[in-house]
Design a protein around this ligand. Structure first.
Ligand SMILES: C[S@@+](CC[C@H](N)C(=O)[O-])C[C@H]1O[C@@H](n2cnc3c(N)ncnc32)[C@H](O)[C@@H]1O
Length: 307
């Protein structure tokens, strides 16, 4: 049997949270290979508006559009602008929003897209295939700026050392490929056997920066909150702690809990709640799912209902 281009992560769990209904309107903010959209369209006689910033994902999704005969509409753009994209379709409210943050297997597996440090390809990393590339950042940014990006978005303790090595190397020759960059990082970061590859965190940082992923997530969550009907649900799957923290904080703030601004004030301040959390702790994949799809390992699902 042909291997699917992308195995949807936590699919059953996301569908349980969203629970599509006949006549409902749903947003799949990260269409990818369409795993979530397909499952929602099969679960009920509903309509799905699916967004992806990658033109390849939209082009490859046309077969699914035809299969579902008018119930699936693909929108090319970012989920950070989901409200505007839906409003342009004359949709003001929806019954559910699904987000599966990050890159798809198709994007990682295509070496030329530059997301993987295990395959040689152009140092690109742009999901949208336009704008600033990872090569632009690595070859043009100042040493401090690079170190800050690697530290903030990669949580990399050797960020300064890596930035210095990048700047020193590029004086001789600019970076143009993933393996070239990975080798320079590996040459300055201590590596214990069985540890993750030393390039992992820097590649994560560059990807997040190039695609403005954390800001996209913040705007996407606000867009979902604005679009959801009362009783509508959002389900968000994220893959690392920076993203999960944003989702957790957003849901907690919108459910009426804000961080204590001063130790002299009561523990929590009540604000008008717009969301009810449905997952106290994030839902994680079963060991069986991780075995079948190692890319699911770090996934975390949080969901909330619009009040
Ligand atoms: C993990 S994949 C989604 C896979 C999908 N759930 C499936 O089952 O096939 C993430 C997809 O979201 C897209 N994406 C990531 N960030 C985005 C954003 N801010 N706006 C729109 N699409 C985005 C990527 O291009 C990629 O195709």
């Amino acid at each position: 049997m042909k291997k699917p281009p992308h195995i949807p992560v936590l699919l059953k769990e996301v569908m349980e949270q969203i629970s599509p209904k006949d006549g409902g309107i749903y947003v799949d903010g990260t269409f990818g290979a369409g795993g979530y959209s397909r499952a929602a369209l099969q679960a009920a006689d509903c309509k799905v508006y699916a967004i992806d910033r990658d033109p390849d994902a939209i082009a490859n999704g046309q077969a699914l559009v035809e299969e579902f005969d008018g119930r699936l509409k693909l929108l090319h753009g970012t989920f950070g602008k989901m409200k505007e994209l839906l409003n342009d379709e004359e949709i003001e409210h929806v019954d559910g929003v699904m987000l599966d943050i990050g890159v798809s297997s198709m994007q990682i597996d295509q070496a030329e897209r530059g997301f993987s440090f295990q395959k040689d390809g152009a140092l690109d990393m742009r999901m949208s295939q336009n704008g600033l590339s990872a090569a632009d950042v690595v070859n043009k940014y100042g040493e401090k700026e690079l170190a800050d990006i690697i530290y903030l978005y990669g949580e990399e303790r050797y960020s300064r050392r890596i930035a210095a090595a990048i700047v020193s190397r590029r004086r001789e020759r600019a970076f143009s490929t993933t393996l070239d960059l990975a080798d320079v990082i590996r040459s300055v970061v201590p590596h214990k056997k069985d540890d993750i590859d030393p390039a992992t965190r820097t590649f994560q940082a560059l990807r997040i920066y190039v695609n403005d992923e954390l800001e996209q997530l913040r705007s996407g969550l606000s867009g979902a909150e604005a679009l959801l009907n009362h009783g509508g649900r959002m389900a968000v799957v994220s893959f690392h702690s920076l993203e999960d923290r944003i989702v957790k904080t957003f849901i907690s703030e919108k459910s009426g809990k804000t961080a204590r601004p001063s130790r002299y004030l009561p523990d929590v301040q009540e604000t008008v709640a717009t969301l009810k959390p449905l997952t106290k702790k994030p839902i994680v994949p079963s060991s069986q799912e991780c075995l079948e799809n190692p890319r699911a390992r770090s996934a975390r699902l949080r969901s909330a209902e619009r009040l």
